[in-house]
Design a protein around this ligand. Structure first.
Ligand SMILES: [Zn+2]
Length: 59
């Protein structure tokens, strides 16, 4: 996905079970994604946020 802060950085999160660290992605009945745990970028804009029901919650 593209970083939600608007910096243009592409954020890739592993969803495969055997990869660590990995993120859990669920999509509700209205198609809204939730990611767990939060996303913290170590490089670039260093954003830290949760994605819950399609909304970005900044940390
Ligand atoms: Zn960013």
């Amino acid at each position: 996905m593209n970083c939600p802060c608007g910096c243009g950085q592409r954020v890739e999160l592993p969803l495969l079970l055997e990869v660590r660290p990995r993120w859990n992605l669920t999509v509700d009945s209205r198609g809204r994604p939730t990611l767990h745990p939060s996303v913290a970028l170590r490089e670039g804009c260093r954003s830290h946020y949760y994605v819950r029901a399609g909304k970005v919650l900044w940390v």
